[in-house]
Design a protein around this ligand. Structure first.
Ligand SMILES: C[S@@+](CC[C@H](N)C(=O)[O-])C[C@H]1O[C@@H](n2cnc3c(N)ncnc32)[C@H](O)[C@@H]1O
Length: 242
């Protein structure tokens, strides 16, 4: 993103925070707050996550932390999707739109998908402040925990950042998601590496890289790239719909 766009985006986020703030004081929370990962078929006795639960203002502050850009490297991550010109991208578990709004100037359309109406309202509050020429490129979409609510072959690419562990019955979810992706379309998944690193949730809250790879293979995706080096705290998986 160019410097004026970064500045514009920061202003939009600040305005969005004040538009959506509630009266609860912010609490101290670890970076990228989350509950325990959703159960896999093999661990169905684990508690299901309550996605987005907690103090909304604190979640927003966490997701939009100004230091995040240093370790999250959003520009590098987005570049892994290649040229987005003319493409429709779905950001599943978009939250505040950290990735969604960074992709808006680059793509034809970006759908910020979330199951939490508070994040949908937050993203919408930012949309109305986008420059006119970008406004139609963004759409928020309230989804269901088991369905991203994409139309058949609607997206050229899908990103799931820091959200994979929230999804229950992931193989079934990925099969549903694949229907919303064009043949050969890319799926980019980024999540936290294990090893009790200084950034990210405790290890028990994370989904191991190998497990994600296995679930992708079981749901009809072909893993085309695994990158454990570019981000200090997270792995990146690029997969293709077969
Ligand atoms: C930790 S946040 C990540 C937000 C954003 N991707 C980022 O990196 O800043 C996880 C988000 O996923 C959403 N979420 C949880 N389960 C979901 C599901 N099954 N489908 C779509 N969104 C989900 C939550 O409401 C929350 O906004």
């Amino acid at each position: 993103m160019k410097r004026p766009e970064i500045l514009l985006f920061s202003v939009l986020v600040l305005v969005g925070i004040s538009a959506c703030r509630n009266d609860n004081p912010p609490t101290d929370i670890p970076t990228m707050t989350r509950e325990k990962p959703a159960p896999s078929a093999a661990a169905a006795d684990r508690p299901a996550p309550r996605s987005g639960a907690g103090n909304f203002e604190a979640l927003v502050a966490d997701y939009e932390s100004k230091d995040r850009v240093i370790w999250q490297k959003p520009g590098m991550v987005i570049a892994m999707l290649g040229d987005l010109k003319g493409k429709t991208i779905a950001d599943i578990g978009a939250g505040t739109g950290y990735f969604t709004f960074r992709m808006v100037p680059l793509a034809e359309k970006v759908i910020g998908v979330d199951i939490d109406p508070r994040f949908i309202a937050f993203m919408d509050s930012i949309k109305v402040r986008l420059p006119v020429q970008y406004r139609d490129r963004f759409e928020s979409r309230l989804a269901k925990p088991d369905n991203p609510m994409l139309a058949p072959a609607e997206a050229d690419a899908v990103v799931i950042v820091n959200t994979y562990g929230y999804i229950e019955n992931r193989i079934q979810y990925l099969q549903t998601l694949a229907k919303g992706l064009k043949p050969g379309g890319n799926l980019l998944i980024i999540d936290f590496k294990k090893n009790n690193l200084p950034i990210g949730p405790p290890d028990e809250y994370k989904v191991a890289l190998g497990q994600v790879e296995g679930e992708l293979a079981a749901s009809g995706f072909e893993v085309s790239k695994v990158d454990e080096e570019s981000l200090d705290y997270q792995y990146i998986i690029l997969a293709k719909k077969k």
